[in-house]
Design a protein around this ligand. Structure first.
Ligand code: ADP
Length: 260
C-alpha cells in the first residue's frame, strides 16, 4: 500500500484537518513483475538458439572449416535454430497484436462450423504425418458467434495442433461443436497421455510447458495457449480443460449467450 497524508486546512489553527489516503499497489506490482518476468523469459528463449548459432558459426570458421560432413550436419542444425527463432518472434508478435486489440470489442458474425471445418481440413496433413485421424462431430447449420474470424481460427488451430502433437499416441482427435442452451461449446479432444492435475491451472501462462524437451521437439514455443487465452478473453469466452492421465485431454471453448 502507498499511504498519502494531505494537510487540508493550512490556516485552521488548532483544528487542522488531515486526509489520509491509502492506495492498493499490490495489483500494480504484480503486473509490473509479470511484465519483467515475461521480458526475461522471452530474452532467454531467444538467446538459446542464438547462442547455438554463434557457437556453430565459430566452429565452422575454425576447427570444422574443411570437414564437409560436419559442415552439412551443422548447417542443418543451424537452420532449425533459425526457424525456431522465427517461430518465437511470430508468436511474440501475435501476442502483442492481440494485446493491443484487447479493448476493442469483437463485432463480426462468425460461423463456427465454417471455422472448425477449415481448421480440421488445414490440420489433416499434420495429423496424417503423426498417424492420427481428425474426427468431426459438428452440429449442422450455421452456429454464429460475435467474433474475429482470424483470431478464432488461430484458437482452434492451436488447440488441434496441440492435440495432434501431444496426443499422437491416441490414434484420433475429435473436433466437436454443440449448441448448449443459450451457449455454444467447441471442444478439441485427444486420447494421448493426458495432463497431470497440478499443471492444468498454469497451462495458459506464457512459456509454461510441462516438458520443455518434448515441446521443443514438437516445434513448440510455450506461447500457443497464452495466445488462446488472450483471444478468448477478448471474445468473453472461457477455456475449460479436462484431462485424465493415461486417457487424454479435452479443451472446450465456452461462448456465452450471443446478442446478435
Ligand atoms: P507449446 O508451444 O509448448 O505447445 P502451448 O502453450 O501450446 O505451448 O502448450 C503449453 C504446454 O501444455 C505444452 O508444452 C504441453 O506440455 C502442454 N499441452 C498442451 N496441450 C496438450 C495436450 N493436448 N495434451 C498434453 N499436453 C498438452
Amino acid at each position: 500500500y502507498r499511504a498519502t497524508v494531505l494537510l487540508l486546512d493550512q490556516l485552521g489553527g488548532r483544528d487542522r484537518q488531515y486526509l489520509l489516503s491509502f492506495r492498493d499497489q499490490t495489483e500494480a506490482h504484480r503486473l509490473e513483475r509479470m511484465r519483467s518476468d515475461f521480458i526475461a523469459n522471452a530474452s532467454h528463449e531467444l538467446r538459446t538458439p542464438l547462442a547455438s548459432l554463434s557457437g556453430f558459426i565459430e566452429t565452422l570458421r575454425g576447427p570444422a572449416r574443411n570437414d564437409e560432413t560436419a559442415r552439412d550436419n551443422f548447417l542443418e542444425i543451424m537452420q532449425k535454430q533459425a526457424e525456431r527463432m522465427a517461430r518465437l518472434i511470430d508468436d511474440l508478435l501475435s501476442l502483442s497484436r492481440i494485446e493491443m486489440k484487447a479493448h476493442i470489442a469483437v463485432k463480426d458474425q462468425v460461423d463456427l462450423t465454417v471455422v472448425l471445418d477449415h481448421v480440421a481440413d488445414a490440420m489433416r496433413p499434420l495429423a496424417a504425418d503423426l498417424g492420427l485421424e481428425i474426427e468431426r462431430n459438428i452440429d449442422p447449420g450455421p452456429v454464429i458467434v460475435l467474433g474475429d474470424r482470424d483470431e478464432l481460427t488461430q484458437v482452434f488451430q492451436n488447440l488441434v495442433e496441440n492435440a495432434c502433437k501431444y496426443g499422437q499416441s491416441g490414434g484420433k482427435v475429435i473436433v466437436e461443436l454443440k449448441r448448449d442452451g443459450d451457449g455454444i461449446k467447441a471442444t478439441v479432444q485427444d486420447f494421448g497421455p493426458g495432463i497431470p492435475d497440478e499443471h492444468i491451472p498454469r497451462l495458459t501462462e506464457r512459456f509454461y510447458r510441462i516438458d520443455v524437451e518434448t515441446s521443443r521437439a514438437q516445434k513448440g514455443t510455450g506461447l500457443g495457449l497464452a495466445i488462446v487465452k488472450h483471444i478468448l478473453t477478448r471474445h468473453r469466452a472461457r477455456l475449460v480443460v479436462r484431462s485424465r492421465v493415461g486417457e487424454g485431454s479435452s479443451f472446450t471453448v465456452v461462448f456465452g449467450q450471443q446478442r446478435n
